[in-house]
Design a binder for this molecule. Structure first.
Ligand code: SF4
Length: 369
């Protein structure tokens, strides 16, 4: 392992001594422009802090720490995955961007205009959640906000080859569509990645999808049937499946379609259903599992809030499906990563949230009815 020796906290950053031949260098601080919630610049979509502006000075400090062989605190999530021998986003970006000389990657959170009220989301990403948040906890109301497209055009975008878009719900955003249409009039795109709930698929998007070299569409589907509809209220599971079928009927040669699952206490006991749904509906020779991501907040929805008995049963079921898949497809990296993620989650102990979680569930059920 390349991470070694002791860790000590120094103002904003963890400093971890590393084998200098394998420094914790990530290309993103050099090659990306990432705009997050409330139109604030951030390091990247995986960074630890949320809704806090990253100043140019802090960005330079991140670069300097990486050059010295230290891990910036903002990169704690990637570091934690790597410490558990799980491939992190940093590994992928390091493969994608070997030349660090100019901005190549735009990573945009568009607005908080969404048609859903997903349980693991927040008003910063869906203004509709203000209602549910008022029901469950007394927080300040989050206003509608949107990215400033004019400000974006102040940057030199001529080197940009890849764009990543999340919302709100991007496929509902006319502004996002127009921004991409204008961008594609001036430049070409090697990769467009959009994370969508696929509850809507307006026909106009086909003209954008047709014009990029590689199209990565990531469908946020965290469960199946009624559980899906409970988590992603008020979505309809059949409508989402029909939209995926509609997308496939467009016969896009550049399409790479993924399913994204946030692992929570609500869905972890149902991994059997979720993984079999993936196997039937999304599985490709490249990916035999959905993109499985441990929930980072709210902690009340973490799988380790389950009782020990529930956790052990859910873990056993998930591992049994993995064993079936290994018999069917052989040993694969994504299977190893999922096992490592289960081991990582097992080390946590969040049982003290269990009562709060049950109260929260009752309030949500009442709200939905
Ligand atoms: S190491 Fe991870 S958190 Fe840090 S900039 Fe790279 S992708 Fe983002």
């Amino acid at each position: 392992m390349y991470l070694k020796l002791s860790v000590f906290l120094r103002r904003y950053y963890y400093r971890i001594e590393v084998n200098l031949e394998n420094k914790f260098i990530c290309p993103l601080p050099w090659v990306s422009l990432s705009i997050g919630v409330n139109n604030k610049r951030r390091l990247c979509c995986h960074e630890t802090r949320d809704n806090i502006e990253m100043t140019p000075h802090e960005l330079e400090e991140v670069k300097s720490l990486m050059r010295q062989g230290a891990i910036p605190l903002a990169c704690k999530k990637c570091a934690a995955l790597e410490a558990n021998e799980i491939l992190s986003p940093r590994h992928q970006y390091s493969q994608d961007y070997r030349n660090h000389s100019q901005m190549q990657y735009l990573d945009l959170v568009l607005n908080n205009d969404c048609n859903l009220e997903c349980l693991m989301c927040s008003p910063a990403y869906s203004v509709r959640l203000n209602t549910i948040y008022r029901e469950t906890s007394p927080i300040e109301v989050m206003p509608s906000w949107s990215i400033d497209y004019n400000e974006l055009n102040n940057y030199d975008l001529s080197g940009v080859t890849d764009i990543n878009i999340i919302g709100g719900e991007p496929l509902l955003s006319k502004d996002a569509f127009l921004f991409l249409e204008n961008f594609l009039k001036n430049y070409s795109l090697k990769k467009l990645r959009i994370i969508s709930n696929f509850t809507k698929l307006p026909d106009r998007w086909k003209s954008i999808f047709d014009r990029v070299e590689k199209l990565e569409l990531i469908a946020s589907i965290d469960a199946t049937e009624k559980l899906y509809e409970f988590i992603r209220y008020p979505a309809n599971f059949e409508v989402v499946k029909n939209n995926i079928a509609k997308l496939r009927s467009w016969d896009l040669r550049n399409l790479h379609l993924y399913q994204h699952v946030v692992l929570m206490n609500l869905n972890f006991p149902y991994m059997k259903e979720i993984l079999h749904f993936y196997d039937e509906f999304f599985s490709t020779p490249e990916n035999r599992l959905p993109v499985l991501v441990e929930i980072s907040s709210p902690q009340i929805l973490h799988p380790r809030v389950l009782t020990d008995g529930q956790w052990l049963k859910a873990k056993k079921d998930a591992l049994e499906v993995l064993e079936d898949f290994e018999r069917k497809y052989g040993i694969r990296q994504e299977f190893k990563d999922f096992r490592s993620l289960i081991t990582k989650m097992e080390q946590m102990n969040l049982g003290h949230f269990y009562i709060d979680y049950q109260i929260y569930l009752q309030k949500i059920k009442k709200y939905h009815s």
